[in-house]
Structures are given as structure tokens and as C-alpha cells.
Design a protein around this ligand. Structure first.
Ligand SMILES: Cc1cc2nc3c(=O)[nH]c(=O)nc-3n(C[C@H](O)[C@H](O)[C@H](O)COP(=O)(O)OP(=O)(O)OC[C@H]3O[C@@H](n4cnc5c(N)ncnc54)[C@H](O)[C@@H]3O)c2cc1C
Length: 378
């Protein structure tokens, strides 16, 4: 089977890896001059098991296992460092989080419920006002998204995958048993096409005459100067009372807050106006930031790829034979990339995904008005 994958981010690369492992012929088409130059390059690189949707938890477990053995599998290092994720919780949130922790543990996840005193004794640099406790995932941590993308892609190339860079897919036309794709310079035919275009899922869908509800939303990450007198590495800490998150990046700290009022758009310039509001909410919780300088040149912004329920769109596109989606991860596509590659390889080559139950991630949910929503989106 001859498959086109549109997008050489971490998701397209993983799909190429799993499809070629099963013997499929794959061509990856990427409009940028290199792989991993879209959202993959802009992520906070986190991986966590603390999700509310069971299939998201299972995808993290599977992907974490793959990233733990990534070098044996691909020759590249995923740099999976288990620094942990710490969710800071108010009293009103505790009951819901206890239910979530029960689900996470039942699936084999290690997760610790800390009361406020425990939280502050382990992380004494935090201010505890308005908090009742926290949820700590010791196996959560950070990865190297570039390394993973290149590892997947290079392994796929060794199995014969072609990667066409500087190639934007501008037109997609269904054929009786496949798709015709057009770029500025050529017209190609494939048995199947896989949409791994990240935040541009909707744009690509329009080019194929399809309505795919994945829109780009800007997210900013602010970076401090090196902070010597701090107990690095901190976990990835998310203050659920405000939405501000922070973690160590080497000797620096990076932090951010989603601007939920900003409309969709592909502007990726850092929003300096948003910094003031972010700091207003961050300083009371992370008071040490008061004395730390910002490295403006090291700050960045990128695009989340958001769906209406913050769950990805995976699998066959109804009404468009031989067209498949792997997009709309709503800010957690790096960590779920390995599981996604497996899912799409089964969906395309076996006719359906059988390792994971992707019924809540299928496109049909929008027409059926059956949206499950992931609660823990940062
Ligand atoms: C600030 C920020 C923080 C984040 N933090 C995390 C995190 O901690 N953990 C986590 O798991 N995720 C995180 N994410 C989300 C994560 O980055 C994405 O979910 C993930 O990178 C999606 O990968 P992708 O391969 O689908 O998309 P991308 O990396 O964007 O790749 C899609 C590719 O498709 C290409 N493309 C699009 N249209 C076309 C076309 N018509 N023709 C050819 N090529 C095309 C693009 O050029 C792009 O290279 C974060 C994102 C941001 C912005």
C-alpha cells in the first residue's frame, strides 16, 4: 500500500515509523525545509499520565514505554527524564481529582495524592495560599521532541520511506481508489492519505473539500535567565487554580498560561502583552520569580491544535474513503505520538484500530454530538 503522510512533525514521523514497520510504502510531504519545525518545535516537551480520559492515560502509558526504549528502537535518544508533573489543587478540585487518581491507578499509573503540608515540604519554594493539596506523577516528565521526530523518521527512511521537504500539499482530489495530491511542482497519486498537519488540520481539510474541526491557537512560553539558587530540576508544576505552569529547563525556568480569549490564528510572535497578566497570576504562587530576570530572546510562541472537546481526531474520515486523520491533540501530541503511530498503522493496514479503543476520538462524534472532553488540558 502506497500512503502519503502530510506533515513531518512528531505525529507524521511516528505514523511513518509504524506504517513502514508493517511494510507499507510511505511518502511524507512537508512544506517546511526540515522536519519538526511546526508545533513539535514549540512544545514544552512534557509527558504525563494524569489525564481524565482513560484512553489518553493508556496512550501515555504505551508512549512512555516506547520512549523508555527509544534508542534500541530507532537509534536516537528520546531523553525521557522523569522529573514528574505536579498539579496544584484547591479544595473544590480534590474530589474530582481523587476520582481521576483512582482511574489512573486502576490502569497501572503511579500517582501520589499530597496534602498541603506534604506539598509544601517537598516543594518549599511554592506559596500555598488557596491550595488544599496536589497530585504528583513520579513517572511523568520531559522528552526531546526533535530527537523523537528524527528517530522515527530516520528509522522509517531506512525502511524505504521518502521524505519530501519544501513540499506544500495545495490540492487533494479523491480518486476511485485513492487520492491525487498536488504541490506547486508535481501531482502524485496514493492509495491512502493521512492528515498529520497539526494545527493546520482544518486548512488541509478544506483543500480536500472536508470539514475538519482543528484550529490553531497561539500559546506563549516565557523563559527566565539562569537561576542558580533554585533546586533544579523542578517538576512540571501546574497551578490548576490559575492555569499557570512552570518547570526547569536546565538552569532556567520556563512558564506559561493559555490565553483562552485569544481567537484562532496562526500568529506565532511572542505576545508580550500577555506576559503581564501571566506574571500577575504566577507571582503569588511562585514568589521566587520576583527576583528572576527574563531572557526575552529565549521566549517563544507556538500553536496548539485545538478540537471542540480537546480530544484528537484519529482514524478514518467518514464520507472520504482512504482519507485518515491524526491531528487535533489540543496540546498533548508530543507525548501521545508513539501510540498514535500504532493506532493509525492498525487503522490503515488492518481496517480498524485494535490495540486502543478510539471510539471517542473518531470524527463521527461531532455529528453524533457525543463529545467526552478531556478535563486536564493546560
Ligand atoms: C507552547 C506549546 C507547548 C506544548 N507543550 C506540550 C507538551 O508539554 N507536551 C505535549 O505532548 N505536547 C505539547 N504541545 C503540543 C504539541 O506540540 C503538539 O501536539 C504536537 O507537536 C503535534 O505534532 P504534529 O506532528 O501533529 O504537528 P506539527 O509538529 O505542527 O507538524 C505538522 C506539520 O504539518 C506540516 N503541514 C501542514 N500543512 C501542510 C501542507 N498542506 N502540506 C505539507 N505540510 C503541511 C506543517 O508544516 C508541520 O510541520 C505544546 C504545543 C505548544 C505550542
Amino acid at each position: 500500500m502506497n500512503i502519503a503522510i502530510i506533515g513531518a512533525g512528531i505525529v507524521g514521523a511516528s505514523c511513518a515509523f509504524y506504517l513502514t514497520k508493517r511494510g507499507a510504502k510511505v511518502t511524507v510531504l512537508e512544506r517546511n525545509p526540515g522536519p519538526a519545525m511546526g508545533s513539535t518545535a514549540k512544545s514544552a516537551a512534557g509527558i504525563r499520565h494524569q489525564f481524565s480520559h482513560p484512553e489518553n492515560i493508556k496512550m501515555s502509558l504505551y508512549s512512555a514505554e516506547i520512549f523508555s526504549h527509544f534508542k534500541e528502537l530507532t537509534g536516537e535518544d528520546a531523553s525521557y527524564r522523569k522529573v514528574g508533573y505536579l498539579f496544584l489543587l484547591s479544595n473544590a478540585m480534590l474530589e474530582d481529582w481523587q476520582t481521576q487518581q483512582k482511574l489512573q491507578r486502576s490502569l497501572g499509573v503511579q500517582v501520589e495524592a499530597l496534602d498541603l503540608a506534604d506539598t509544601l515540604s517537598r516543594f518549599p519554594y511554592l506559596d500555598g495560599h488557596g491550595l488544599a493539596g496536589s497530585s504528583f506523577g513520579p513517572d511523568d516528565g520531559i522528552l526531546d521532541p526533535h530527537g523523537i521526530t528524527l528517530g522515527f523518521l530516520n528509522a522509517a527512511k531506512r525502511r524505504g520511506a521518502k521524505v519530501k521537504l519544501d513540499t506544500e500539499v495545495t490540492g487533494l482530489k479523491p480518486l476511485p481508489s485513492g487520492w491525487q495530491l498536488k504541490s506547486e511542482t508535481e501531482t502524485l497519486e496514493f492509495d491512502a492519505v493521512l492528515n498529520a498537519s497539526g494545527a493546520f488540520g482544518s486548512q488541509l481539510g478544506k483543500r480536500a473539500g472536508l470539514d475538519i474541526p482543528v484550529l490553531p491557537y497561539r500559546r506563549n512560553i516565557y523563559t527566565t535567565e539562569p537561576v542558580k539558587n533554585f533546586p533544579h530540576p523542578s517538576p512540571l508544576i501546574i497551578d490548576m487554580t490559575t492555569g499557570v505552569y512552570l518547570r526547569s529547563e536546565g538552569e532556567r525556568l520556563i512558564f506559561g498560561l493559555s490565553n483562552l480569549d485569544e481567537p484562532a490564528g496562526d500568529n506565532q510572535a511572542v505576545d508580550w502583552n500577555w506576559l503581564e497578566h501571566t506574571l500577575e497570576l504566577a507571582l503569588p504562587r511562585f514568589p521566587f520569580l520576583e527576583t528572576v530576570g527574563l531572557d526575552r530572546k529565549a521566549c517563544w510562541a507556538g500553536l496548539y491544535e485545538i478540537t471542540p472537546d480537546h480530544l484528537p481526531i484519529l482514524g478514518k474520515m467518514p464520507g472520504a474513503d482512504h482519507f485518515y486523520n491524526a491531528c487535533g491533540f489540543s496540546g498533548h501530541g508530543v507525548q501521545h505520538s508513539a501510540a498514535t503511530g500504532l493506532i493509525l498503522s492498525e487503522e490503515i493496514l488492518d481496517g480498524h484500530s485494535h490495540t486502543f479503543d478510539i471510539s471517542d476520538f473518531r470524527y463521527e462524534r461531532f455529528a453524533n454530538q457525543d463529545l467526552k472532553h478531556e478535563a486536564n488540558i493546560v
